[in-house]
Design a protein around this ligand. Structure first.
Ligand code: PML
Length: 243
């Protein structure tokens, strides 16, 4: 199989990224699709890599969706969910603040995720400007998943992002991420989520205000086996079969 990754930046800031794990015959179509993904960019990189062995996960995390009247209410709910997972309130708060101001120490977004020590709240990613990027993950049959989600009432405008985020969160849990907080760096997309093995994939809207181009991901992790975790997130090829 082939891993195809796209990342785009504008004025030095990361603005868009996406990933597919596909059969070689579909490469031209997928590259076209990924090229259309960012709204604006001045630099776009597409990486194409051959992948030898692929692990299949049968079932994605279960999806739940919650809507709130305000960002404040939505974030309060996200904090509660993180607390349910045993994450101290101050670390949940720290994660929200990081995504609010932009997790990159140089300002703005990061290509990858923040790794936060679940016990101490420290940042553990080896390169804080880059973060750790979950790659080499996709649905076994994207068309089938798309149709199933449409039948369940998911609106078309949410489909691609939901599918990409859900498959990524499912891989993260498989690799050992204990909990994840995410909201988009797309200024028009306000839905974010908390994901974990026990909670599933909990979509929360609005986790940020419309028009805000800052977002990203925080993974709560255990410091032990950090190298194995990063190796899994960045190297292990995973396909997810069903919802
Ligand atoms: C992103 O791809 O920018 C993050 C999207 C997170 C939420 C996706 C959803 O469930 O709607």
């Amino acid at each position: 199989m082939i891993s195809v990754r796209m990342r785009a930046q504008l004025k030095g800031m990361h603005v868009s990224g996406a990933e597919r794990l596909i059969e070689e015959k579909n490469l031209p179509r997928i590259v076209q699709e990924l090229l259309r993904r960012p709204k604006a960019y001045d630099k776009l990189v597409i990486t194409v890599e051959r992948v030898e062995s692929v692990h299949v996960i049968q079932k994605a995390l279960t999806i739940y969706s919650y809507d709130f009247k305000s960002v404040q209410d939505a974030r309060a709910f996200a904090l509660e969910k993180l607390e349910e997972l045993g994450i101290k309130r101050e670390f949940g708060q720290k994660a929200i603040e990081l995504l609010e101001k932009g997790p990159n120490p140089r300002g703005g977004n990061m290509r990858g995720a923040v790794l936060m020590d679940i016990q101490t709240g420290e940042r553990l990613e080896p390169d804080q400007e880059r973060g750790v990027r979950t790659v080499r993950v996709d649905w076994k049959d994207r068309k089938f998943i798309k149709q199933t989600l449409l039948k369940r009432g998911v609106k078309r405008k949410y489909l691609n992002r939901l599918m990409d985020a859900l498959v990524l969160a499912t891989k993260n849990v498989h690799c050992g991420v204990l909990a994840e907080l995410c909201w988009s760096d797309d200024e028009d997309y306000t839905t974010g989520y908390i994901a974990s093995g026990s909670l599933g994939y909990v979509r929360i809207n609005p986790l940020k205000e419309l028009g805000n181009p800052i977002g990203g991901r925080v993974y709560f992790v255990k410091r032990e086996h950090l190298e194995d975790l990063i190796e899994c997130l960045e190297k292990k090829a995973i396909l997810v079969e069903s919802l």
